[in-house]
Design a protein around this ligand. Structure first.
Ligand code: NDP
Ligand code: 2IT
Length: 450
Protein backbone atom coordinates (compact mmCIF):
# COMPACT_ATOMS: atom_id res chain seq x y z
CA UNK A 1 0.00 0.00 0.00
CA UNK A 2 2.62 2.48 -1.09
CA UNK A 3 -0.05 5.10 -1.90
CA UNK A 4 -0.87 5.38 1.83
CA UNK A 5 2.75 6.01 2.72
CA UNK A 6 3.25 8.38 -0.24
CA UNK A 7 0.13 10.38 0.58
CA UNK A 8 1.04 10.78 4.25
CA UNK A 9 4.63 11.77 3.37
CA UNK A 10 3.37 14.36 0.95
CA UNK A 11 0.88 15.75 3.52
CA UNK A 12 3.65 15.93 6.12
CA UNK A 13 5.48 18.30 3.78
CA UNK A 14 2.54 20.38 2.54
CA UNK A 15 0.57 20.45 5.82
CA UNK A 16 3.12 19.94 8.62
CA UNK A 17 2.34 18.98 12.22
CA UNK A 18 -1.23 17.72 11.67
CA UNK A 19 -1.07 14.33 13.37
CA UNK A 20 -4.84 13.87 13.88
CA UNK A 21 -5.42 14.69 10.21
CA UNK A 22 -2.80 12.14 9.08
CA UNK A 23 -4.42 9.56 11.38
CA UNK A 24 -7.85 10.10 9.79
CA UNK A 25 -6.39 9.99 6.25
CA UNK A 26 -4.45 6.82 6.99
CA UNK A 27 -7.56 5.13 8.39
CA UNK A 28 -9.53 5.81 5.22
CA UNK A 29 -6.76 5.12 2.69
CA UNK A 30 -5.70 1.86 4.36
CA UNK A 31 -9.17 0.48 3.64
CA UNK A 32 -9.12 1.35 -0.04
CA UNK A 33 -6.58 -1.11 -1.43
CA UNK A 34 -9.30 -3.51 -2.72
CA UNK A 35 -10.60 -0.79 -5.03
CA UNK A 36 -7.41 1.17 -5.72
CA UNK A 37 -5.04 -1.69 -6.46
CA UNK A 38 -7.35 -3.68 -8.73
CA UNK A 39 -7.72 -0.93 -11.35
CA UNK A 40 -6.16 2.33 -12.42
CA UNK A 41 -9.38 4.29 -12.75
CA UNK A 42 -9.14 6.34 -9.54
CA UNK A 43 -5.37 6.71 -9.89
CA UNK A 44 -5.66 8.31 -13.36
CA UNK A 45 -8.15 10.75 -11.90
CA UNK A 46 -5.69 11.71 -9.10
CA UNK A 47 -8.65 11.21 -6.80
CA UNK A 48 -6.59 10.59 -3.64
CA UNK A 49 -4.51 13.73 -4.21
CA UNK A 50 -7.71 15.72 -4.72
CA UNK A 51 -9.75 14.26 -1.86
CA UNK A 52 -7.13 14.92 0.87
CA UNK A 53 -6.88 18.60 -0.04
CA UNK A 54 -9.73 20.82 1.24
CA UNK A 55 -11.48 22.89 -1.43
CA UNK A 56 -11.04 25.92 0.82
CA UNK A 57 -9.73 26.69 4.34
CA UNK A 58 -10.70 29.85 6.16
CA UNK A 59 -8.76 31.01 9.24
CA UNK A 60 -9.54 34.22 11.00
CA UNK A 61 -9.02 36.37 14.07
CA UNK A 62 -11.81 36.47 16.65
CA UNK A 63 -11.33 39.45 18.99
CA UNK A 64 -13.84 40.00 21.83
CA UNK A 65 -14.11 41.83 25.14
CA UNK A 66 -14.50 39.84 28.38
CA UNK A 67 -16.56 40.85 31.42
CA UNK A 68 -13.56 42.64 32.96
CA UNK A 69 -13.14 44.83 29.90
CA UNK A 70 -10.04 42.96 28.71
CA UNK A 71 -9.57 42.23 25.01
CA UNK A 72 -9.28 38.52 24.20
CA UNK A 73 -8.21 37.06 20.86
CA UNK A 74 -9.05 33.57 19.56
CA UNK A 75 -8.53 31.79 16.30
CA UNK A 76 -11.50 30.87 14.08
CA UNK A 77 -11.61 28.12 11.43
CA UNK A 78 -13.90 26.81 8.75
CA UNK A 79 -12.58 24.07 6.48
CA UNK A 80 -14.80 23.59 3.42
CA UNK A 81 -13.49 20.19 2.51
CA UNK A 82 -15.62 18.68 -0.23
CA UNK A 83 -18.79 19.76 -2.02
CA UNK A 84 -19.18 16.89 -4.52
CA UNK A 85 -22.40 15.65 -2.90
CA UNK A 86 -23.94 18.90 -1.66
CA UNK A 87 -23.33 22.06 0.37
CA UNK A 88 -20.53 21.77 2.95
CA UNK A 89 -22.08 20.38 6.13
CA UNK A 90 -20.53 19.81 9.53
CA UNK A 91 -20.32 21.21 13.02
CA UNK A 92 -18.38 23.90 14.85
CA UNK A 93 -16.22 22.93 17.83
CA UNK A 94 -15.29 25.40 20.58
CA UNK A 95 -12.56 23.85 22.74
CA UNK A 96 -9.08 25.04 23.80
CA UNK A 97 -7.47 22.07 21.98
CA UNK A 98 -8.82 23.15 18.57
CA UNK A 99 -6.17 23.70 15.89
CA UNK A 100 -5.89 23.20 12.12
CA UNK A 101 -5.12 19.48 12.51
CA UNK A 102 -8.23 18.79 14.62
CA UNK A 103 -10.53 20.74 12.29
CA UNK A 104 -9.07 19.03 9.21
CA UNK A 105 -9.41 15.53 10.66
CA UNK A 106 -13.03 16.28 11.56
CA UNK A 107 -13.73 17.79 8.12
CA UNK A 108 -12.12 14.83 6.35
CA UNK A 109 -14.16 12.30 8.36
CA UNK A 110 -17.28 14.34 7.72
CA UNK A 111 -16.97 13.90 3.92
CA UNK A 112 -17.32 10.11 4.12
CA UNK A 113 -19.80 10.14 7.01
CA UNK A 114 -22.10 12.45 5.08
CA UNK A 115 -21.72 10.31 1.95
CA UNK A 116 -22.73 7.22 3.95
CA UNK A 117 -26.02 8.83 4.98
CA UNK A 118 -27.04 8.77 1.31
CA UNK A 119 -28.19 12.39 1.65
CA UNK A 120 -27.07 15.35 -0.51
CA UNK A 121 -24.50 16.93 1.84
CA UNK A 122 -20.80 17.68 1.35
CA UNK A 123 -18.22 17.78 4.15
CA UNK A 124 -16.89 20.66 6.25
CA UNK A 125 -15.99 21.55 9.83
CA UNK A 126 -15.05 24.62 11.81
CA UNK A 127 -14.53 26.01 15.25
CA UNK A 128 -12.27 27.92 17.55
CA UNK A 129 -9.76 27.44 20.35
CA UNK A 130 -12.16 29.48 22.51
CA UNK A 131 -12.85 27.80 25.87
CA UNK A 132 -16.52 28.20 26.85
CA UNK A 133 -15.84 26.80 30.37
CA UNK A 134 -16.49 29.33 33.10
CA UNK A 135 -17.56 32.07 30.66
CA UNK A 136 -20.66 34.17 31.37
CA UNK A 137 -23.60 34.19 28.96
CA UNK A 138 -22.58 37.69 27.88
CA UNK A 139 -19.04 36.54 27.08
CA UNK A 140 -20.32 33.56 25.09
CA UNK A 141 -22.63 35.87 23.14
CA UNK A 142 -19.94 38.45 22.37
CA UNK A 143 -17.55 35.72 21.27
CA UNK A 144 -20.19 34.14 18.99
CA UNK A 145 -21.02 37.53 17.47
CA UNK A 146 -17.38 38.28 16.73
CA UNK A 147 -16.91 34.78 15.26
CA UNK A 148 -19.89 35.35 12.99
CA UNK A 149 -18.68 38.82 11.91
CA UNK A 150 -16.17 36.95 9.75
CA UNK A 151 -17.88 33.60 9.13
CA UNK A 152 -21.15 34.99 7.74
CA UNK A 153 -19.64 35.82 4.35
CA UNK A 154 -18.63 32.18 3.76
CA UNK A 155 -21.82 30.34 4.72
CA UNK A 156 -25.42 30.06 3.48
CA UNK A 157 -28.25 27.52 3.15
CA UNK A 158 -27.02 26.25 -0.23
CA UNK A 159 -23.27 26.80 0.29
CA UNK A 160 -22.19 25.83 3.81
CA UNK A 161 -24.43 24.92 6.76
CA UNK A 162 -22.68 24.66 10.18
CA UNK A 163 -24.10 22.98 13.31
CA UNK A 164 -22.86 22.11 16.82
CA UNK A 165 -20.07 19.89 18.11
CA UNK A 166 -18.05 19.94 21.35
CA UNK A 167 -18.78 23.19 23.21
CA UNK A 168 -21.43 24.33 20.73
CA UNK A 169 -25.06 23.60 21.58
CA UNK A 170 -28.42 25.34 21.15
CA UNK A 171 -27.31 28.42 23.13
CA UNK A 172 -24.28 29.08 20.90
CA UNK A 173 -26.24 28.30 17.70
CA UNK A 174 -28.79 30.91 18.84
CA UNK A 175 -26.18 33.66 19.23
CA UNK A 176 -24.46 32.70 15.95
CA UNK A 177 -27.74 32.64 14.03
CA UNK A 178 -28.86 35.97 15.52
CA UNK A 179 -25.70 37.69 14.35
CA UNK A 180 -25.90 36.06 10.88
CA UNK A 181 -29.45 37.39 10.54
CA UNK A 182 -28.40 40.85 11.65
CA UNK A 183 -25.50 40.98 9.18
CA UNK A 184 -27.33 39.55 6.17
CA UNK A 185 -30.94 40.45 6.86
CA UNK A 186 -31.87 36.89 5.92
CA UNK A 187 -33.92 34.45 7.99
CA UNK A 188 -32.91 31.16 6.43
CA UNK A 189 -31.73 27.63 7.22
CA UNK A 190 -28.05 28.45 7.51
CA UNK A 191 -27.59 26.47 10.73
CA UNK A 192 -28.88 23.18 12.07
CA UNK A 193 -29.33 22.25 15.70
CA UNK A 194 -31.49 25.36 16.15
CA UNK A 195 -33.93 25.84 19.02
CA UNK A 196 -37.35 24.24 18.58
CA UNK A 197 -38.84 27.72 19.05
CA UNK A 198 -37.41 29.01 15.76
CA UNK A 199 -36.68 26.50 13.04
CA UNK A 200 -35.09 23.56 14.83
CA UNK A 201 -36.10 19.97 14.17
CA UNK A 202 -37.48 17.56 16.72
CA UNK A 203 -34.98 14.73 17.45
CA UNK A 204 -31.90 16.75 16.32
CA UNK A 205 -30.74 17.15 19.93
CA UNK A 206 -31.12 13.42 20.57
CA UNK A 207 -30.06 12.22 17.11
CA UNK A 208 -26.35 11.47 17.47
CA UNK A 209 -26.71 9.52 20.72
CA UNK A 210 -29.89 7.74 19.59
CA UNK A 211 -28.31 6.96 16.20
CA UNK A 212 -25.21 5.43 17.78
CA UNK A 213 -27.41 3.10 19.83
CA UNK A 214 -29.60 2.25 16.80
CA UNK A 215 -26.41 1.37 14.94
CA UNK A 216 -25.37 -0.92 17.82
CA UNK A 217 -28.80 -2.53 17.70
CA UNK A 218 -28.45 -3.25 13.95
CA UNK A 219 -24.98 -4.74 14.48
CA UNK A 220 -26.39 -7.00 17.21
CA UNK A 221 -29.50 -7.94 15.15
CA UNK A 222 -27.13 -9.19 12.47
CA UNK A 223 -25.50 -11.45 15.09
CA UNK A 224 -28.84 -12.68 16.44
CA UNK A 225 -28.44 -10.69 19.66
CA UNK A 226 -29.96 -7.55 21.24
CA UNK A 227 -29.21 -4.78 23.73
CA UNK A 228 -31.71 -6.13 26.26
CA UNK A 229 -30.01 -6.52 29.66
CA UNK A 230 -26.56 -5.52 28.35
CA UNK A 231 -24.24 -3.69 30.73
CA UNK A 232 -22.81 -0.70 28.83
CA UNK A 233 -19.87 1.66 29.34
CA UNK A 234 -20.44 5.20 28.04
CA UNK A 235 -17.80 7.93 28.02
CA UNK A 236 -18.60 11.64 27.86
CA UNK A 237 -21.37 13.54 29.60
CA UNK A 238 -22.37 15.93 26.85
CA UNK A 239 -24.96 15.93 24.11
CA UNK A 240 -23.98 12.62 22.51
CA UNK A 241 -23.38 10.68 25.74
CA UNK A 242 -26.61 11.84 27.43
CA UNK A 243 -28.86 10.76 24.56
CA UNK A 244 -26.95 7.52 24.01
CA UNK A 245 -27.68 6.74 27.69
CA UNK A 246 -31.35 7.69 27.23
CA UNK A 247 -31.76 5.34 24.24
CA UNK A 248 -29.84 2.53 25.97
CA UNK A 249 -32.37 2.61 28.82
CA UNK A 250 -35.27 2.68 26.33
CA UNK A 251 -33.90 -0.47 24.69
CA UNK A 252 -33.48 -2.35 27.97
CA UNK A 253 -29.71 -1.92 28.46
CA UNK A 254 -27.96 -0.69 31.64
CA UNK A 255 -25.48 2.18 31.13
CA UNK A 256 -23.17 2.16 34.17
CA UNK A 257 -20.62 4.91 33.43
CA UNK A 258 -20.20 8.43 32.09
CA UNK A 259 -17.18 10.76 32.09
CA UNK A 260 -16.17 14.38 31.56
CA UNK A 261 -12.96 16.37 31.46
CA UNK A 262 -12.62 16.01 35.26
CA UNK A 263 -13.17 12.25 35.70
CA UNK A 264 -15.32 9.13 35.41
CA UNK A 265 -18.45 8.03 37.28
CA UNK A 266 -19.16 4.31 37.75
CA UNK A 267 -22.60 3.49 39.08
CA UNK A 268 -23.30 -0.26 38.88
CA UNK A 269 -27.06 0.25 39.40
CA UNK A 270 -27.15 2.39 36.27
CA UNK A 271 -26.48 6.11 35.69
CA UNK A 272 -29.29 8.39 36.94
CA UNK A 273 -30.13 10.12 33.66
CA UNK A 274 -32.29 12.84 35.18
CA UNK A 275 -29.50 13.83 37.55
CA UNK A 276 -26.92 13.71 34.74
CA UNK A 277 -29.04 16.03 32.58
CA UNK A 278 -29.44 18.46 35.49
CA UNK A 279 -25.69 18.50 36.26
CA UNK A 280 -24.50 18.88 32.65
CA UNK A 281 -27.35 20.58 30.73
CA UNK A 282 -28.60 22.98 33.40
CA UNK A 283 -25.92 23.51 36.07
CA UNK A 284 -22.95 22.81 33.73
CA UNK A 285 -20.90 21.42 36.64
CA UNK A 286 -18.27 18.69 37.03
CA UNK A 287 -19.30 15.05 37.50
CA UNK A 288 -17.99 14.79 41.06
CA UNK A 289 -21.29 16.38 42.15
CA UNK A 290 -23.02 13.13 41.17
CA UNK A 291 -21.66 11.72 44.46
CA UNK A 292 -23.73 14.16 46.52
CA UNK A 293 -26.84 12.21 45.50
CA UNK A 294 -25.18 8.79 45.13
CA UNK A 295 -22.28 8.44 47.60
CA UNK A 296 -22.16 4.73 46.71
CA UNK A 297 -21.08 5.51 43.11
CA UNK A 298 -17.35 5.73 42.27
CA UNK A 299 -15.68 8.87 40.90
CA UNK A 300 -12.17 8.48 39.43
CA UNK A 301 -10.50 11.84 38.83
CA UNK A 302 -8.41 12.21 35.65
CA UNK A 303 -5.22 12.35 37.75
CA UNK A 304 -5.89 8.73 38.82
CA UNK A 305 -6.44 7.32 35.31
CA UNK A 306 -4.15 4.50 34.20
CA UNK A 307 -1.03 5.90 32.47
CA UNK A 308 -1.83 4.14 29.22
CA UNK A 309 -5.55 4.87 28.93
CA UNK A 310 -8.89 5.87 30.39
CA UNK A 311 -10.55 4.64 33.63
CA UNK A 312 -13.93 4.25 31.94
CA UNK A 313 -12.79 1.31 29.76
CA UNK A 314 -11.37 -0.68 32.69
CA UNK A 315 -14.77 -1.84 34.01
CA UNK A 316 -16.19 -5.11 32.76
CA UNK A 317 -19.22 -4.76 30.49
CA UNK A 318 -20.90 -6.18 27.38
CA UNK A 319 -20.66 -3.05 25.23
CA UNK A 320 -18.80 0.27 25.00
CA UNK A 321 -19.97 3.62 23.62
CA UNK A 322 -17.14 6.19 23.40
CA UNK A 323 -18.97 9.54 23.23
CA UNK A 324 -16.45 12.19 24.39
CA UNK A 325 -13.52 12.96 22.10
CA UNK A 326 -10.77 11.73 19.76
CA UNK A 327 -8.22 9.10 20.87
CA UNK A 328 -9.96 8.53 24.20
CA UNK A 329 -9.77 4.73 23.80
CA UNK A 330 -6.22 3.40 23.51
CA UNK A 331 -4.81 0.04 22.47
CA UNK A 332 -4.40 -0.89 26.15
CA UNK A 333 -8.00 0.10 26.85
CA UNK A 334 -9.12 -2.07 23.92
CA UNK A 335 -7.13 -5.01 25.25
CA UNK A 336 -8.78 -4.65 28.68
CA UNK A 337 -12.27 -4.28 27.18
CA UNK A 338 -11.87 -7.48 25.16
CA UNK A 339 -10.35 -9.34 28.11
CA UNK A 340 -13.32 -8.29 30.26
CA UNK A 341 -15.85 -9.68 27.78
CA UNK A 342 -16.89 -6.62 25.76
CA UNK A 343 -18.55 -7.79 22.53
CA UNK A 344 -19.55 -4.48 20.93
CA UNK A 345 -18.14 -0.96 20.43
CA UNK A 346 -20.27 1.74 18.78
CA UNK A 347 -18.58 5.15 18.40
CA UNK A 348 -20.59 8.28 19.20
CA UNK A 349 -17.51 10.53 19.22
CA UNK A 350 -15.32 11.25 16.19
CA UNK A 351 -12.20 9.03 15.96
CA UNK A 352 -12.36 8.03 19.65
CA UNK A 353 -10.32 4.84 19.18
CA UNK A 354 -6.63 4.90 18.32
CA UNK A 355 -5.45 2.86 15.29
CA UNK A 356 -4.00 0.23 17.64
CA UNK A 357 -7.35 -0.14 19.41
CA UNK A 358 -9.23 -0.48 16.11
CA UNK A 359 -6.88 -3.24 14.94
CA UNK A 360 -7.56 -5.18 18.15
CA UNK A 361 -11.35 -4.85 17.76
CA UNK A 362 -11.18 -6.06 14.16
CA UNK A 363 -8.92 -9.00 14.89
CA UNK A 364 -11.02 -10.04 17.91
CA UNK A 365 -14.06 -10.09 15.61
CA UNK A 366 -16.25 -8.07 17.99
CA UNK A 367 -19.05 -5.90 16.58
CA UNK A 368 -17.25 -2.61 15.93
CA UNK A 369 -19.15 0.40 14.54
CA UNK A 370 -16.64 3.04 13.40
CA UNK A 371 -17.51 6.70 14.06
CA UNK A 372 -18.23 7.75 10.50
CA UNK A 373 -20.97 5.11 10.34
CA UNK A 374 -22.16 4.92 13.95
CA UNK A 375 -22.41 8.65 14.72
CA UNK A 376 -23.84 9.77 11.36
CA UNK A 377 -27.32 10.09 12.89
CA UNK A 378 -26.58 13.65 14.03
CA UNK A 379 -25.64 15.05 10.67
CA UNK A 380 -28.35 12.99 8.95
CA UNK A 381 -30.97 14.60 11.18
CA UNK A 382 -29.38 17.97 10.44
CA UNK A 383 -30.17 17.32 6.79
CA UNK A 384 -33.76 16.50 7.81
CA UNK A 385 -33.82 19.89 9.57
CA UNK A 386 -32.61 21.53 6.33
CA UNK A 387 -35.35 19.73 4.39
CA UNK A 388 -38.00 20.98 6.84
CA UNK A 389 -36.62 24.54 6.73
CA UNK A 390 -36.55 24.76 2.95
CA UNK A 391 -40.06 23.35 2.59
CA UNK A 392 -41.37 25.44 5.52
CA UNK A 393 -42.67 22.33 7.26
CA UNK A 394 -42.39 20.86 10.74
CA UNK A 395 -42.35 17.08 11.06
CA UNK A 396 -43.45 15.16 14.17
CA UNK A 397 -40.99 13.49 16.56
CA UNK A 398 -42.13 10.10 15.29
CA UNK A 399 -41.58 11.02 11.63
CA UNK A 400 -38.04 12.29 12.21
CA UNK A 401 -37.15 9.37 14.48
CA UNK A 402 -38.44 6.87 11.88
CA UNK A 403 -36.25 8.54 9.21
CA UNK A 404 -33.28 8.42 11.60
CA UNK A 405 -33.74 4.69 12.27
CA UNK A 406 -34.04 3.94 8.57
CA UNK A 407 -30.91 5.97 7.75
CA UNK A 408 -28.88 4.19 10.45
CA UNK A 409 -30.12 0.85 9.14
CA UNK A 410 -29.16 1.78 5.56
CA UNK A 411 -25.69 2.84 6.72
CA UNK A 412 -25.22 -0.50 8.48
CA UNK A 413 -26.42 -2.36 5.38
CA UNK A 414 -24.16 -0.49 2.94
CA UNK A 415 -21.05 -0.80 5.15
CA UNK A 416 -21.79 -4.47 5.82
CA UNK A 417 -22.45 -5.25 2.15
CA UNK A 418 -19.23 -3.52 1.08
CA UNK A 419 -17.32 -5.55 3.69
CA UNK A 420 -18.70 -8.77 2.15
CA UNK A 421 -18.12 -7.61 -1.42
CA UNK A 422 -14.50 -6.74 -0.76
CA UNK A 423 -13.58 -9.93 1.07
CA UNK A 424 -13.57 -8.93 4.75
CA UNK A 425 -17.07 -9.87 5.87
CA UNK A 426 -18.17 -7.94 8.96
CA UNK A 427 -15.23 -5.48 8.92
CA UNK A 428 -17.28 -2.29 9.04
CA UNK A 429 -14.17 -0.07 9.01
CA UNK A 430 -13.31 -1.36 5.56
CA UNK A 431 -16.98 -1.40 4.50
CA UNK A 432 -17.79 2.14 5.67
CA UNK A 433 -14.63 3.61 4.19
CA UNK A 434 -15.15 1.96 0.80
CA UNK A 435 -18.88 2.72 0.59
CA UNK A 436 -18.37 6.37 1.60
CA UNK A 437 -15.33 6.87 -0.59
CA UNK A 438 -16.91 5.40 -3.74
CA UNK A 439 -19.91 7.70 -3.53
CA UNK A 440 -17.78 10.85 -3.17
CA UNK A 441 -15.07 9.83 -5.63
CA UNK A 442 -17.55 8.88 -8.36
CA UNK A 443 -19.42 12.18 -7.94
CA UNK A 444 -16.15 14.13 -8.10
CA UNK A 445 -15.17 12.38 -11.31
CA UNK A 446 -18.54 13.07 -12.97
CA UNK A 447 -18.15 16.77 -12.09
CA UNK A 448 -14.77 17.05 -13.83
CA UNK A 449 -11.49 18.49 -12.61
CA UNK A 450 -12.75 21.30 -10.39
P1 NDP B 1 -20.39 18.23 24.25
O1 NDP B 1 -19.58 19.44 24.32
O2 NDP B 1 -21.85 18.27 24.45
O3 NDP B 1 -19.83 17.12 25.26
C1 NDP B 1 -18.51 16.69 25.19
C2 NDP B 1 -18.25 15.79 26.39
O4 NDP B 1 -16.97 15.20 26.27
C3 NDP B 1 -18.25 16.56 27.71
O5 NDP B 1 -18.69 15.71 28.72
C4 NDP B 1 -16.78 16.92 27.87
O6 NDP B 1 -16.41 17.13 29.23
C5 NDP B 1 -16.11 15.69 27.31
N1 NDP B 1 -14.82 16.04 26.69
C6 NDP B 1 -14.64 16.84 25.62
N2 NDP B 1 -13.32 16.94 25.35
C7 NDP B 1 -12.68 16.21 26.28
C8 NDP B 1 -11.34 15.92 26.50
N3 NDP B 1 -10.37 16.43 25.72
N4 NDP B 1 -11.06 15.11 27.55
C9 NDP B 1 -12.04 14.60 28.34
N5 NDP B 1 -13.35 14.84 28.16
C10 NDP B 1 -13.66 15.63 27.14
O7 NDP B 1 -20.05 17.57 22.81
P2 NDP B 1 -20.82 16.44 22.03
O8 NDP B 1 -21.46 15.49 22.97
O9 NDP B 1 -21.65 17.11 21.00
O10 NDP B 1 -19.63 15.73 21.25
C11 NDP B 1 -18.97 14.57 21.75
C12 NDP B 1 -18.27 13.85 20.62
O11 NDP B 1 -19.25 13.45 19.63
C13 NDP B 1 -17.23 14.66 19.85
O12 NDP B 1 -16.22 13.79 19.41
C14 NDP B 1 -18.03 15.16 18.63
O13 NDP B 1 -17.17 15.47 17.55
C15 NDP B 1 -18.87 13.94 18.35
N6 NDP B 1 -20.08 14.15 17.55
C16 NDP B 1 -21.03 15.07 17.92
C17 NDP B 1 -22.17 15.22 17.17
C18 NDP B 1 -23.26 16.16 17.58
O14 NDP B 1 -24.30 16.15 16.91
N7 NDP B 1 -23.13 16.91 18.64
C19 NDP B 1 -22.37 14.46 15.93
C20 NDP B 1 -21.37 13.46 15.67
C21 NDP B 1 -20.26 13.35 16.46
P3 NDP B 1 -16.87 18.45 30.02
O15 NDP B 1 -18.33 18.25 30.33
O16 NDP B 1 -16.02 18.46 31.24
O17 NDP B 1 -16.62 19.58 29.10
O1 2IT C 1 -19.49 15.39 13.75
C1 2IT C 1 -20.66 15.61 13.35
O2 2IT C 1 -21.20 14.88 12.51
C2 2IT C 1 -21.38 16.74 13.94
N1 2IT C 1 -20.85 17.41 14.82
C3 2IT C 1 -22.75 17.10 13.43
C4 2IT C 1 -22.65 17.89 12.16
C5 2IT C 1 -23.95 18.46 11.64
O3 2IT C 1 -23.85 19.20 10.67
O4 2IT C 1 -25.01 18.17 12.19
Amino acid sequence: MTYVHDTISSLQLSSPAQSEFYQAVEDVLSSLSPILESNNFYKKQAIIERIVEPERQIMFRVPWVDDNGNIQVNKGYRVEFNSALGPYKGGLRFHPSVNASIIKFLGFEQIFKNALTGLPIGGGKGGSNFNPKGKSDGEIMRFCQSFMNELYRHIGPVTDVPAGDIGVGAREIGYLFGQYKRLTGRYEGVFTGKSLLWGGSLVRKEATGYGTVYFAQYMLDDRGDSLQGKKCLVSGAGNVAIYAIEKLYQLGAIPVTCSDSTGTIYHPKGIDLKLLKRLKEVQRTGLIEYLETYPEATFTPVADYPKDGHAVWRYSADAAFPCATQNELTENDAEKLIENGCKLVSEGANMPSTSGAINLFISAGIAYGPAKAANAGGVATSQLEMAQNSSMQKWSFQTVDDHLKQIMKNIFISANEASHEFGQAGNLVLGANIAGFKRVADAMIEQGVV
